[in-house]
Design a protein around this ligand. Structure first.
Ligand SMILES: Nc1ncnc2c1ncn2[C@@H]1O[C@H](COP(=O)(O)OP(=O)(O)OP(=O)(O)O)[C@@H](O)[C@H]1O
Ligand SMILES: [Mg+2]
Length: 315
């Protein structure tokens, strides 16, 4: 596979603040890389540098094989960018916004009109096309933003928090749009603070903290790095919680976590359903009937919490 985005040891400081501190990343063609990290981690800085909107202090990067510093024009021709904050002109209508950007990208009048129509259709904005964008809902604005970044069908698309502030249904629609683009061959680097978004969309996830990538892998690999499936039980009272914990320990051969206050027991399930059924049988024999039982895969939340914990300890 070819790397469509390649960055090596990018550094950027704002005054004394190190926003990027040796940022290295490579994204294969036709894949989605989710750049995940807490507020201030350096996500926007990284994406703005890669999209030629900001200069790094040092380091190298290339997009679609074009060097970011020596070939910025070619990089710009290959990319689309949707920023964290909306770039639509509120006074213009949706249609006028698209048309204006299309003309800025040197499409002629006829091409611009045609592309505008296609994009209004694709992003279900036809009905609102002739209303000023200032009156659009957050979701409609985001879709218009996305549409603008797609006027030239970019090979590489940078999306900075594409769904922040959207309701769950609109988020799901934006996810579908992004997936369609990727199946047509676009490479996407998207930043997000939503772990489920990265889980749904990303082929690879890079976790960034303090300007550096601290973990990298598929969603599955990252989840496996914090351990396999777990049994989780909710009990009626403290006494049953303690009793259940002893049974779980014996049934799974592991050391369960106990939260007496919330009356919960959680333990690794090395043999998954077998561990669960053994546990359930022994609980039943002891006359314990849990209020809730689950065999749960680790989530990216677990990954995130664990990584951040480790960071704090080594910091
Ligand atoms: N123009 C600027 N001037 C000074 N400091 C800045 C500037 N832009 C960003 N920073 C700082 O650089 C660091 C990284 O910021 P950045 O915006 O890249 O983070 P982020 O991961 O995108 O955060 P968020 O999740 O809040 O969008 C932060 O500490 C931020 O305060
Ligand atoms: Mg940001």
């Amino acid at each position: 596979m070819t790397a469509m985005i390649s960055a090596t040891d990018l550094r950027k400081t704002y005054g004394k603040k190190r926003a990027l501190d040796g940022f290295t990343l490579s994204v294969d063609e036709g894949t989605v890389c989710g750049l995940l990290g807490p507020n201030g981690a350096g996500k926007t800085t990284a994406v703005r540098i890669l999209a030629t909107l900001l200069k790094a202090d040092s380091g190298n990067a290339s997009i679609a094989g074009h060097d970011l510093t020596t070939d910025a024009g070619r990089v710009r021709a290959a990319i689309g960018f949707t920023g964290q904050f909306s770039a639509v002109d509120e006074i213009l209508t949706g249609r006028q916004n698209l048309d204006m950007f299309a003309r800025l990208y040197h499409l002629d009048r006829r091409q611009a009109r045609q592309r505008t129509d296609e994009l209004l259709d694709r992003f279900a904005l036809h009905d609102a096309a002739d209303r000023p964008a200032g009156g659009y809902s957050g979701g409609m604005r985001r879709r218009l933003d996305l549409a603008v970044s797609l006027i030239l069908a970019p090979r590489v698309l940078f999306l900075d928090e594409p769904t922040t502030g959207l309701d769950p249904r609109t988020r799901a629609e934006v996810w579908t749009d992004i997936r369609e683009l990727v199946s047509a061959g676009t490479t996407v680097l998207l930043t997000t603070q939503y772990l489920d978004e990265a889980d749904h969309l990303a082929d690879q996830i890079a976790v960034i903290d303090s300007g550096t990538i601290i973990a990298r892998g598929t969603p599955r690999e990252l989840k496996e790095s914090v351990g396999g499936d777990r049994i989780e039980l909710a009990l009626r009272d403290e006494e049953q919680t303690n009793a259940a914990a002893r049974i779980v320990a014996a049934a799974t051969g592991t050391d369960p976590g106990i939260d007496l206050h919330r009356r919960r027991v959680s333990a690794p399930a090395p043999e998954r359903f077998h561990s669960l059924s053994t546990t359930m049988r022994q609980l039943h024999e002891a006359g314990i009937d849990p209020e809730d039982v689950a065999l749960r895969q680790p989530t990216l939340d677990d990954v995130f919490i664990k990584l951040t914990d480790r960071e704090e300890k080594t910091a």
